[in-house]
Structure formats: structure tokens, C-alpha cells
Design a protein around this ligand. Structure first.
Ligand SMILES: *[C@@H]1O[C@H](CO)[C@@H](O)[C@H](O)[C@H]1NC(C)=O
Ligand SMILES: *[C@@H]1O[C@H](CO)[C@@H](O)[C@H](O)[C@H]1NC(C)=O
Ligand SMILES: *[C@@H]1O[C@H](CO)[C@@H](O)[C@H](O)[C@H]1NC(C)=O
Ligand SMILES: *[C@@H]1O[C@H](CO)[C@@H](O)[C@H](O)[C@H]1NC(C)=O
Ligand SMILES: *[C@@H]1O[C@H](CO)[C@@H](O)[C@H](O)[C@H]1NC(C)=O
Ligand SMILES: *[C@@H]1O[C@H](CO)[C@@H](O)[C@H](O)[C@H]1NC(C)=O
Ligand SMILES: *[C@@H]1O[C@H](CO)[C@@H](O)[C@H](O)[C@H]1NC(C)=O
Length: 746
């Protein structure tokens, strides 16, 4: 049995010591009032500490919290040495998150929503919930060290009503030993995930009823989620097609190993990968950049259009009731991001206004009483729409919330920066400003306005920062690649040339006139158009195949794009985004790089979002994207963060050049195979997008020998799993279902 009394990572050998040092449980509330030493730090809540309508013992606490209010308790002292928190709870699945906090330094651990527990919370009956500080519900991550002294049960935006009883800090948590999964991996490895102190002497492996000899085993505890561990069994012989059975204690795990698919890797045929394809928008902090090896970070999105660098204010437009607010400093952001080793992509405002302060807003109820919605936190700030959905008229005076902005201001700002950006983008999606920023720019932006703003602001940026690279026009989506908000009359007024091809040709023309290239990157935002929001099995499979829209001319998009081609381009129902735009660039403005300033897997929480991300990062390298930044900051511990880690984590990088991969039967709906090469060494990323079946490859030119291996997904689940293996042969390499792996030749 593994016992944890303290929060350090337990190893099997220190179990006895832990047991001796385990603390007694510490009561916070049992009956009548808070236990000695605990203070009531709640707010905006109706609390009865001696409720008798539902209780265990003699009473419980009944709680009714208004929006974002909380039951909050503080210990006179700290409780950092405890192993967990336990309580009884009743209610209609209350929308509450638990925060473990420090009143000393105002830090807090990850938020733990009630919804992260697998046990449902029901009314009229208490359910006991336990939080293991070493394996928080949801992510499985640790609470981490802190001067913890406060526990807060905070309601969500609609408040919460519930009863809570028998709240204890738990001195020790016993994790029952369990084999969670056991399966094949690569050529001759079995990966077994476990919790608790399992006994490996009872593990055996049989292939087609014959025992396989285990030559060695090694156990790895993943960084960030140390409650689970993985043990890799190295086999004396290679795996082969047939029936694989792994028996571990009283559990057995069966797998069907498939026939091989043939392929080859040709390292000699390769092209460099621009490392900027592995970028994200707004990385959380310097550790995030370092852990995931993020080489490019973008400051972008709707809120930066109104960013006033002189005051430190911004306004997210119709994303949030057209309200001004304080903003972080872009200069400081460039400073810490660059300091962590990432290049920077900075959006510069290019409309006529920026926020004037941290508090004004465009649609006060006092001026426009008749609006569809008001901010739940500021009942005077409206959403700028009449109840019937049409825009408020007359349009507000922009100077209510904004001050004028122009190229002089941009030059002054950029020249005065202490920290210089690598790339600037001329604003963000301004083709839809008459919607996102209707208060300051009510008229639809057309071809000519967009072009002239890009030329003016790019000229100003290059005057202020001679080495800066310019990316534009940061168009939001497929529809607006080809037309403007004015509509097809605007296309007609421009010889019926679709917008981005026209824009490229105009920027080339501009270079001819001035002798200076203003546009270094054509920047587009790309969001998969297929609707996968239901996230059922059909939607997941669609999400996984939709990556073909990035490259495959034979993939008719499974969305409105595939049925209603509104553009005048070749093969108009297939997106084949990267080759299409590389061709358009070659035709209209050769030498321009291609940036994808925003893109998303469509689901940051589901494993399939992580598999999509791993596939897309491979595609970006293979098809020669120059820069790409994920929208927005995917959690480092979630599936999308794991895909970045797979390619770049902790200094183990996918090869700097993309090498040729040949597959006899490529199956892009369910497979992604990407090879990298650097100094003659091979790296491979393989994504098995099939939810149930393993895949096996015979890959010519993959040398036998030592490899660093990383993987996530499949039965092993979400964690930073890794080890070093010796590949005996490349004639049978297994990738389990729903798994992405990285192999780095040593
Ligand atoms: C606890 O604090 C809340 C919020 O300030 C207050 O309404 C409530 O009366 C307090 N309860 C006790 C028992 O002190
Ligand atoms: C917490 O602190 C202990 C003792 O200083 C240290 O060994 C451990 O690694 C820390 N844990 C984390 C998650 O930082
Ligand atoms: C592990 O299992 C083996 C075989 O059943 C047994 O002999 C051994 O005592 C067990 N070890 C522990 C630590 O329980
Ligand atoms: C399997 O073994 C575990 C650990 O020894 C034990 O707790 C569990 O009850 C066993 N399960 C069955 C079905 O025998
Ligand atoms: C919506 O309501 C406003 C205000 O009452 C009105 O002026 C406008 O004509 C309405 N629009 C439509 C499309 O009905
Ligand atoms: C920008 O606005 C300032 C202040 O109104 C003005 O002095 C300056 O000439 C303007 N610059 C341009 C390029 O219009
Ligand atoms: C998946 O969800 C979509 C709608 O979101 C629905 O049309 C479809 O029938 C569902 N498919 C399955 C297999 O449940």
C-alpha cells in the first residue's frame, strides 16, 4: 500500500516512514460552528452554521451564495502538511469551485470545480468527496507547495445553494494499488500504468498463447501528475500480429495486434521546418514557455484593437459589453516572453481609436435603456444591441470611451519600447470591426480601407522599428479570405478578384512603387468549419479527419465550405489551406511568408483535441508554414499542451527538418506520420487517430537502436509519459489506439 502523509512524491521504499509520520485528520466543521482555530472569511452568502433541515450528527452548514460569492474559511496557522480535503455535500450539482489559498502571499492552487469529481452531487442526501492534494480531481496534478491557510467554496456566475457537512483536512490518504492499463508500445515494449504500490512480480505477457520474456523494466513518474506511474517492460523479442494478453495481478488486458502497414522514411529528402510553427497566443508564464519549448508567442485577439499603450487600457468590444478595462503592458509582456526564450508577435492597433481609461463603456443603460443584455457585473453597461438584435442607433460618440489613435501614436509607442517585438501584425481581424468594434467603427471595412490601413501602419511600424517583420491582414476566417463585410459589390468593384489574392497583388504593387517590402507574412486565422461541438463519437472522428483540410486537395470540407463555395478559386470546396495559400503567394507576391496567427483544435479538453494538435503541428512542418500560434493558451496539463510537449517539451525537439514519409496506404483520416531529421538523426511523430484499434508499421530506414520515447493518450491517458527504449527492429512498430508518440533517435 502507498500512504501519503506529506505532499512529497512517495516512493515505494518510504511507505513505512510515511505511515509513522501521518497526521491526524483536522476538523474544520462537524456540528454547530466552525472548529477551533478556523475563521469565517465568507462573502455575499447566506450561511447557517447550525442548519437542521439536512445534516449528519446534529447540524450542517446551509449555503446560498450569490454570483461568484463564497463560503470561505481560514485557519489560524497553515495546513501545508495535510494530504487532502474531505467533506459531505448535498445539492442539485451546485456550480461551485474549490480554491486552496494562501492569505500570506495571495497565491492559490488550481481551481477544482465540483464537476471534476466523478461522483454526482444529489439533493436530500450527502455525498462524501475527497480531494487528494497529490492528484487533484480533473487534471490529476498536484496542489503544490504553498503557505496554505484558506479554503474557499466559490459559486459560479449564477450563484449556488447547497448543504455541506463534516469538513476535514485529511492527514493521510491510502491509495489502493491498481493496474489501470497495460498495452503494447513500439516494437518490443509493454507500457503499464498504475496507482498505489502494485506488485510487478505477478505480471506476465503472452503473445498467441506463448510467454514473452521480459528482459528489464523501468518505472517513470510523470512530471506534474505524480499520482500515477508508468512501468515499461522491455521484451526479449519483437511483438507480432495476433493476440496479446498481459496479466497483472488479478487483472488481464487483451489486445489484437494487427498486420503491418508498409512504409519508408527518407531522411535525405527534407526541408527545414520553421520553429515558429510551434507558437501559442498569450503563454501563461515563463515556465510554460520553457516547459513546452514555445518559440513564438502572440499578443493578439479582439481586445488588443483598443489597446492604449500610453495608459495601459483596453476594451474587448462586443466580447464584453464594450467596456474599458486595465491591460497588462505590452512592453513588459515582450520583456518576460523574450526573457523566457520566445520570439514575439505583437498586434498594433490600426483603427482610429483606443481606450481612454479603465472604466468607461460605450452603451450605458442611462443613455440607451432599451438593450438586449447588460453586463452581470455592471448593470449599466449594455451589449449595444436592441432587444430585437439589431445594432443600437444612433451610434455612440467614440470619444465616450476612446481617444484618437493614428500612425504618429504607433511610431511614438513602438520607438519608445524597451523590449522590441520580432513581428508586428497590423491589428486583428479588422475586416469584421463593424461587428466586433461597432461602437468605434460602425461602417463595414472594405478592400480599400483594409489595404490602406495595412500600408499606413506597416510603414509606421517599419519606420519606428527598422528590423521588425510585418504580418497582415490577420483575416478571421475562410469567408473573409475571399470577400469583405461590404459584400460581393466590393469584389465587383475590384475586378471580381477575391480579397486575399487582391491584397497580395496590391502589396506587391506597393513594393514596386516605394522599393520597400511592407508585408513579410500573409497572416490568416484558421478555424476548422465543421461543427464538432456535440463531441460525440461521430464529432470526434470528424474533428480528427478535418486536419486534412490543411493540405489535402481531395478532401471536400465537411462543412458549409464543401457545399457553398463562395469564392472564385480553383477546387473551391476543398480548403487545402497551406498549399493553396503558398500557391496564391507564388502567383501574387512571391517571397511572402505564410503565418497562421490563430488556429484551434476545436476542443482543448478532449483527448481528440490533443491528437488533432499533434497532427496539425506535423502538417505545419511538412507543408512549410512559416509561423503559427494556437488560440489561445492551452493548459500545459491538458491534451493540447501535451501535443506541444510531445514535439518540444523540456528541450527534446522534433528534428529541425521535415523528412519524407512514404506510406503504402496513408489513411489520413486515422493516421498522421511525420519524420524529422537533424544531423543525420531521425525523429518520428505518429498519431493513431483510431479510437479502438492499434496500428502497426513496417517502416524501412528506421534504424534499430536507442530512442527517447514520449507518448500521451490511449489507455495510458493524459500525462507526460516518457522513457528511453531500444528498438530491436523497425519491421513491427505498434502505436496503440488514440495515441500520439514521439521517437527521438539517440
Ligand atoms: C460568516 O460570514 C458571512 C459573510 O460575511 C456572514 O453573513 C455570516 O453571518 C457569518 N457567519 C458566522 C457564523 O459568523
Ligand atoms: C515541495 O517542497 C518539498 C520540500 O521543500 C520539495 O521536496 C517538493 O519537491 C516540493 N514540491 C513541489 C510540487 O514543488
Ligand atoms: C509480490 O508478489 C509475489 C508473488 O506473488 C510475492 O511473493 C511477494 O511477496 C509480493 N511482494 C510484495 C511486496 O507483496
Ligand atoms: C484484485 O487485487 C486487488 C489487489 O490485490 C484487490 O484489492 C481486488 O479486490 C482484487 N480484485 C478481484 C476482482 O479479485
Ligand atoms: C429593432 O428595434 C429598433 C428599436 O426599437 C427599431 O428601431 C428597429 O427598426 C428594429 N429592427 C428590426 C429589424 O425590426
Ligand atoms: C495623429 O494625431 C495627432 C494628435 O491629434 C496629430 O498631431 C498628428 O498629426 C496625427 N498624425 C497623423 C499621421 O495624422
Ligand atoms: C452526434 O451529435 C450530432 C449533433 O450534435 C447528432 O446529429 C448525431 O446524431 C450524433 N451522433 C451520434 C452517433 O450520437
Amino acid at each position: 500500500m502507498m500512504i501519503r502523509g506529506l505532499k512529497a512524491i512517495a516512493t515505494l521504499t518510504v511507505v513505512a516512514a510515511r505511515l509513522v509520520r501521518a497526521l491526524d485528520d483536522l476538523p474544520i466543521y462537524t456540528d454547530g460552528s466552525l472548529a477551533t482555530g478556523w475563521e469565517n472569511w465568507s462573502w455575499s452568502s447566506t450561511l447557517d452554521f447550525a442548519a437542521t433541515d439536512l445534516f449528519v450528527g446534529t447540524s450542517s452548514i446551509s449555503v446560498t451564495s450569490s454570483e461568484w460569492a463564497a463560503l470561505s474559511v481560514k485557519l489560524e496557522g497553515t495546513f501545508s502538511a495535510y494530504a487532502g480535503l474531505k467533506f459531505d455535500i448535498a445539492g442539485v450539482q451546485p456550480d461551485v469551485q474549490i480554491l486552496i489559498q494562501s492569505s500570506t502571499d495571495n497565491s492559490q492552487g488550481p481551481a477544482i470545480p465540483f464537476s471534476a469529481f466523478t461522483t454526482p452531487i444529489v439533493p436530500d442526501k450527502f455525498t462524501t468527496l475527497l480531494i487528494d492534494f497529490n492528484a487533484l480531481p480533473g487534471t490529476g496534478s498536484q496542489l503544490g507547495n504553498g503557505t496554505w491557510d484558506r479554503i474557499t467554496f466559490q459559486a459560479g456566475g449564477n450563484g449556488a445553494t447547497y448543504h455541506i457537512d463534516n469538513i476535514y483536512l485529511v492527514g493521510a490518504i491510502v491509495v489502493p494499488p491498481e493496474f489501470l492499463s497495460a498495452g503494447p508500445l513500439t516494437n518490443n515494449v509493454i507500457a503499464i500504468t498504475t496507482v498505489g504500490a502494485v506488485n510487478f512480480s505477478d505480471v506476465s505477457v503472452k503473445l498467441n498463447s506463448k510467454s514473452l520474456h521480459i528482459t528489464s523494466q523501468n518505472t517513470y513518474i510523470p512530471v506534474d501528475t505524480p499520482s500515477k506511474s508508468i512501468t515499461y517492460l522491455n521484451l526479449a523479442s519483437s511483438l507480432a500480429p495476433g493476440s496479446l494478453v498481459i496479466t497483472a495481478g488479478n487483472t488481464s488486458f487483451s489486445h489484437t495486434l494487427p498486420a503491418v502497414q508498409y512504409g519508408s522514411i527518407v531522411q535525405a529528402v527534407n526541408h527545414p521546418i520553421n520553429p515558429h510553427i510551434y507558437g501559442v497566443n498569450f503563454p501563461t508564464n515563463a515556465d510554460y514557455i520553457k516547459h513546452l519549448g514555445i518559440p513564438l508567442s502572440r499578443w493578439g485577439g479582439n481586445a488588443v484593437t483598443a489597446y492604449n499603450p500610453f495608459g495601459g487600457f483596453t476594451n474587448a468590444g462586443n466580447d464584453w459589453y464594450f467596456e474599458n478595462r486595465a491591460s497588462d503592458s505590452a512592453d513588459d509582456w515582450i520583456g518576460w516572453v523574450s526573457g523566457a526564450g520566445s520570439a514575439t508577435m505583437l498586434t498594433i492597433p490600426a483603427l482610429d481609436w483606443v481606450s481612454k481609461d479603465a472604466s468607461s463603456y460605450s452603451y450605458p443603460r442611462t443613455v440607451y435603456p432599451d438593450q438586449a443584455a447588460f453586463d452581470p457585473y455592471n448593470s449599466d453597461a449594455g451589449n449595444g444591441l436592441f432587444p430585437n438584435g439589431s445594432y443600437i442607433t444612433p451610434a455612440p460618440d467614440p470619444s465616450n470611451a476612446y481617444v484618437p489613435w493614428n500612425t504618429t501614436a504607433v511610431k511614438q509607442w513602438l520607438s519608445g519600447l524597451k523590449n522590441k517585438p520580432t513581428i508586428v501584425t497590423v491589428d486583428n481581424e479588422i475586416e469584421i470591426a463593424s461587428n466586433t468594434h461597432q461602437d468605434m467603427h460602425p461602417n463595414p471595412v472594405g478592400y480599400d480601407e483594409e489595404l490602406s490601413r495595412v500600408i499606413e501602419f506597416a510603414t509606421a511600424a517599419k519606420a519606428a522599428l527598422p528590423n521588425v517583420l510585418v504580418a497582415a491582414p490577420s483575416t478571421c476566417s475562410w469567408w473573409f479570405y475571399w470577400t469583405s463585410t461590404i459584400g460581393y459589390t466590393d469584389n465587383a468593384a475590384h475586378d471580381n478578384i477575391d480579397f486575399l489574392p487582391w491584397f497580395l497583388a496590391q502589396m506587391k504593387e506597393q513594393e514596386k512603387v516605394t522599393g520597400t517590402r511592407l508585408l513579410d507574412y500573409l497572416d490568416i486565422h484558421y478555424y476548422f468549419q465543421a461543427d464538432t461541438s456535440s463531441n460525440n463519437d461521430t464529432a470526434k472522428a470528424l474533428r480528427l479527419r478535418a486536419t486534412r483540410s490543411l493540405w489535402d486537395p481531395s478532401y471536400v470540407d465537411e462543412s458549409w465550405v464543401g457545399v457553398n463555395p463562395q469564392n472564385h478559386q480553383w477546387n473551391p470546396t476543398a480548403v487545402h489551406l497551406i498549399p493553396r495559400f503558398r500557391t496564391l503567394i507564388d502567383i501574387h507576391y512571391p517571397g511572402t511568408k505564410l503565418a497562421i496567427g490563430e488556429w484551434s483544435s476545436t476542443n482543448d479538453k478532449d483527448l481528440t483535441g490533443g491528437l488533432v494538435t499533434a497532427d496539425v503541428l506535423g502538417i505545419f512542418g511538412k507543408y512549410k508554414v512559416d509561423s503559427a500560434t494556437y488560440w489561445a493558451e492551452p493548459s500545459e496539463l491538458g491534451p493540447v499542451g501535451l501535443a506541444y510537449w510531445l514535439y518540444r517539451g523540456y528541450g527534446a525537439f522534433f528534428g529541425s527538418s521535415s523528412a519524407q514519409v512514404n506510406l503504402a496506404n496513408p489513411k489520413p483520416d486515422v493516421l498522421g506520420v511525420y519524420a524529422g531529421t537533424e544531423r543525420g538523426k531521425l525523429t518520428l511523430v505518429v498519431i493513431n487517430k483510431d479510437s479502438t484499434s492499434s496500428v502497426a508499421f513496417d517502416l524501412a530506414n528506421v534504424p534499430a537502436g536507442t530512442y527517447f520515447l514520449r507518448h500521451f493518450g490511449g489507455a495510458s491517458g493524459l500525462a507526460k509519459w516518457q522513457t528511453t527504449i531500444t528498438l530491436r527492429s523497425s519491421t513491427y512498430i505498434v502505436i496503440p489506439a488514440y495515441t500520439a508518440i514521439f521517437l527521438d533517435q539517440k
